[in-house]
Write a protein that binds this ligand. Sequence first.
Ligand SMILES: *Cc1c(COP(=O)(O)O)cnc(C)c1O
Length: 411
Amino acid sequence: MSHREPSACAALRPLCWVEIDRAALTANVRTLSTRARSLGRQPLLAAMVKGNAYGHGRLLAAQAFIEGGADWLCVADVFEAAELRDAGVTAPLYNVVATPSDHAAAAVSLDLRMVTVDLEPALCAAAAARAQGRVARLHLKLETGTHRQGLPLPQLLALAARLLDEEGAHIEGICSHYADVEDTTDHAFAEAQRHRFDAGCAALRGLLAQRGRDPDALLSHTSNSAALLLWPEHQATLLRFGIAAFGLWPSKETSLSAQHLGQRPIALHPALTWKTRVLQIKDVEEGGYVGYGRTFRALRPTRLGLLPMGYADGYDRRLSGRGQVLVRGRRAPVVGRVAMNLVAIDLTDTKGASVDDEVVLLGAQESQGQEHAEIRAEEMAAWLGTIHYEVTTRIAERLPRVPAGMAPRWR
Ligand SMILES: *Cc1c(COP(=O)(O)O)cnc(C)c1O
């Protein structure tokens, strides 16, 4: 079988790509770190790189977060962990989703911390740890009201008691996850969850002490970005966060809650700009249709720009006839259907637009003589009836992520 060198396209300028402001990612983690440590405590900081770092590019984000002071990185499965390890990342890794038994040995070999809610995967991990001369680092997840992963306290304590007898198994932490911080300004439910969590921590520490282990070595963690932003005073020895590190507030409700609490404003900086370029300019006569299903009809002589991207790149088809993009510092509407690899925009009112113009799909565009133009992930989420987390995370992984300021290259 002949093997073609991948270099034929390696240096080419892409059709669609993502630029990442590394300095913004680093600064966001520094800001969160300052906030978390403002009260004299030194919790460990665990930054999310799951979901290809919410679409920002796993490796790029990992490096920027470490530079900003993150201690740990969080992934959602062994495959993401393996990519980081293969790229030389040595930081502690934590899997936010429970690892199934058949992935336990791989998790141990990657030194990936595991959420633990069942005996069997933990025993598989412990056996692998003995075989590999390593230790399986387990974080027991407590049910506090989210009802996804998580064990009621009596079962968690029974599991812990069993695992304390298991050579190779190390109970490193206890964790939980809030159900409802971002979607409300009424935080009674979250507080009730936190009280249950605190009680669970105390009970597990009691068991550890009883069994001659150091209870103070146990890590406890239940925060996400919203909890960290709103309640830095809450006790925890490890803080998990994602969205805020990417420069986005978790929600409007979280910003409002911060205002209600009288907090000083916290500056977070979005880091992602999703770009493409004009492939072709095309004039359509009045009355002409555009695209599949003829969903757009030109009511005037119309100048179209054709963009060489589409839903194959993660540009949601529901943006058909609804989305907007930035060209020359101005908004231009998406017209007709978003196709797999082509999108049409209306450039009739964009003076001087030409082939190869840079187009911003998401993020800011500076242009001489124009006001600052920006399409924020929150705005695109509103067009789509979803949340900004999904908007950035669904940008196709095949698109190159390049540090802002560098010429984009396919690979
Ligand atoms: C993704 C995730 C987080 C981070 O949530 P953000 O709102 O992005 O800060 C925290 N904890 C767990 C368990 C997660 O899965």
